[in-house]
Write a protein that binds this ligand. Sequence first.
Ligand SMILES: [Zn+2]
Length: 307
Amino acid sequence: MELLSPSSSVAINVDVVGGSSTGMKQSQSMVLKSKSATVSSACLERKEVDDTKALVAELCRHFYTLGWVLGTGGSVTIKVHDESVPRSHQIIVMSPSGVQKERMAPEEMFVMSSDGFILSLPPLKPYPYPPPKCTDCAPLFMEVYEMCNAGAVIHSHGMEACLVTMINPFSKEFRITHMEMIKGIQGHGYHDELVVPIIENTALEGELKESLTDTIRAYPKTTAVLVRNHGVFIWGDSWISAKTQAECYHYLFNAAIKLHQLGLNWSSPNHGPNHAFNGGWGCGNISRALDCMIDPSKYRRTSSIYI
Ligand SMILES: [Zn+2]
């Protein structure tokens, strides 16, 4: 689309399905609302917009090093802070789809209105770069913004977020307690039980929308939803809150996986041996070995195996 002169304030009705000034055709899922968006073009040229684009690019590069956004997967979105505008009406920066996250640059970001219209597209790049396309998570991000009044959302494909949903393939929740890092999750203390809902994966990212919204409605205080065999969506009032919580969530997922490997129960306060899993996934011998370390007299040794 073409923006008008910088000082003009205009009603911008962006028909992304019908194409844009770049000739790019966006998918139907990009049309999130049918109303037109009223945004000043001067508003899009504010320093805060450029700063937020640079921040999203920087976070993508950082999250790549953590393994959260490998293979162009995962995505990040942040609202452009403006004291004079309620958060629900602030404009939005979103990372693109199909771009190597470790090479992400500020000019590759999409800018969107608070009601889901694309206001600014990245420039077209020559072969072998694909045409610019906004993240497939856009409809999901918009739901989180609207339902949770979030200031930023992170979608991670971190392996720990994926694996923790596989330990019990029928579980609808991940629960953990008595871990220091729980204090990093909004509204939680050390003694609290953290509950993260799990939804089932779908073939296409956009198809998660219904189960994501149903789950947020069922867990109104949650700041994360796990997607089985896929990853996790995490949000906060600001990018700092979203990033801090994302680090704590990933730590806790990792801890749960390691406790499980050790045959220990991550969801009980004392994290004792998890006899329910005894014999599964290598827990038996490790659990016994740990018990033996506590009280060796309980066990006799034959060859190299504790029995
Ligand atoms: Zn994903």
